[in-house]
Design a protein around this ligand. Structure first.
Ligand code: NAD
Length: 337
């Protein structure tokens, strides 16, 4: 599409801090003149029998139709016996890869100056298959499912991503020494795909060692691909390297060309409704969505405005050591635009 053709995108404001940071994205996008019309969908209050979750069928249809969307965090009540909203979205929309870039923000000093990592998380199976049951009283089982099809699909995505984004190395993260069958199959698939990309260096790193290497020297890594649970944990670790969860975006990629961007963080119930949340992670997710739509000019404008606002240091939210509210920080970004 050209950069002026209006596009309809689905927006899930989500729970907790979600509506506050979604409001920020809407303001910044409007100020930047992004030609996007939002189709807003909210998490329902009753289970929709068609989806077996609080997400309605109409919400899922909206993403399928628009093929692009932005999602705020959705809370998952622990042990309440209904399907997680995030799992429902990932499974129903076949969002098989979650791309989580993590880079040092110029002007915001942390222990590391040169972080530039891409975590690619398998998003549909592994430990998140949702297959748990009680065997006998006091004994429960959770099934970790790894399939050749899903492993090849995410490995293929990771290598293609590396190639098209000028990246040099793909590291498969695993625990195949212990989970020989499941992680073993995941690695086998990564190796198969690696053979098709001789120009990309391929390596395999055990997850515990990977954590140590990441905190010691994040520059050792480039693109990391891994099963679901490891991706969840490693990407939060990576967020910690550059300033925390308020900063790291992601985009879920589906098989039918669907892209649903979302922040890595959750609904942050401890600060919800207090106008304290950092909207950067969701804003940068919005930037990923714009790049996916080839709205490159607006994506770069918004990206620069965010980076410049943080670098200037006058307006920062509490997680970055500042005292600005979500609305003050958002206004500062709009002023930069
Ligand atoms: P969380 O990411 O919500 O919060 C962890 C910590 O980071 C908290 O101290 C929080 O205040 C802080 N934080 C997170 N985002 C921030 C932001 N934008 N600005 C400033 N501080 C921020 O993790 P949690 O508390 O473990 O999870 C809360 C809920 O979110 C749970 O129900 C969980 O299931 C859900 N969750 C949803 C998603 C998602 O929708 N993709 C992801 C992770 C967790």
């Amino acid at each position: 599409c050209s950069s002026t053709t209006p596009i309809t995108a689905t927006l899930f404001p989500g729970d907790g801090i979600g509506p506050e940071i979604a409001e920020s994205v809407k303001k910044v996008f409007t100020t930047a003149g992004v030609p996007i019309e939002w189709e807003e969908h909210y998490v329902g209050t009753e289970i929709d029998p068609r989806t077996q979750s609080f997400l309605t069928w109409e919400s899922l249809e909206s993403v399928r139709r628009n093929k692009v969307g932005l999602k705020g965090p959705m809370a998952t009540p622990i042990g309440k016996g209904h399907r997680s909203l995030n799992l429902t979205l990932r499974k129903e929309l076949n969002l098989y890869a979650n791309v989580r870039p993590c880079y040092s923000l110029p002007g915001y000093k942390t222990r590391y100056d040169d972080v530039d990592l891409i975590t690619i998380r398998e998003n549909t199976e592994g430990e998140y298959s949702g297959l748990e049951h009680q065997v006998v009283r006091g004994v429960v089982e959770s099934l970790k499912i790894i399939t050749r099809q899903a492993s090849l699909r995410v490995a293929e995505y990771a290598f293609l991503y590396a190639k098209t984004h000028g990246r040099e190395r793909v590291s498969a993260i695993h625990k195949a020494n212990i989970m020989q069958k499941t992680d073993g199959l995941f690695l086998k698939c990564c190796r198969e795909v690696a053979e098709k990309y001789p120009e990309i260096t391929y390596e395999e790193v055990v997850i515990d060692n990977c954590c140590m290497m990441l905190v010691k020297n994040p520059a050792l890594f480039d693109v990391l691909v891994m099963p679901n649970l490891y991706g969840d944990i490693i990407s939060d670790l990576c967020a910690g390297l550059v300033g925390g969860l308020g900063l790291t975006p992601s985009c879920n990629i589906g098989e039918d060309g669907v892209a649903l961007a979302e922040a890595v963080h959750g609904s942050a119930p401890d600060i919800a409704g207090k106008n304290l949340a950092n909207p950067t992670a969701l804003l940068l997710s919005g930037v990923m969505m714009l790049r996916h739509l080839k709205f490159n000019e607006q994506a770069e404008q918004i990206h620069s405005a965010i980076i410049n606002t943080i670098a200037e240091g006058k307006y920062r939210t509490a997680d970055l050591g500042g005292s600005s509210t979500t609305t003050e920080f958002t206004k500062a970004i709009c002023d930069h635009l």
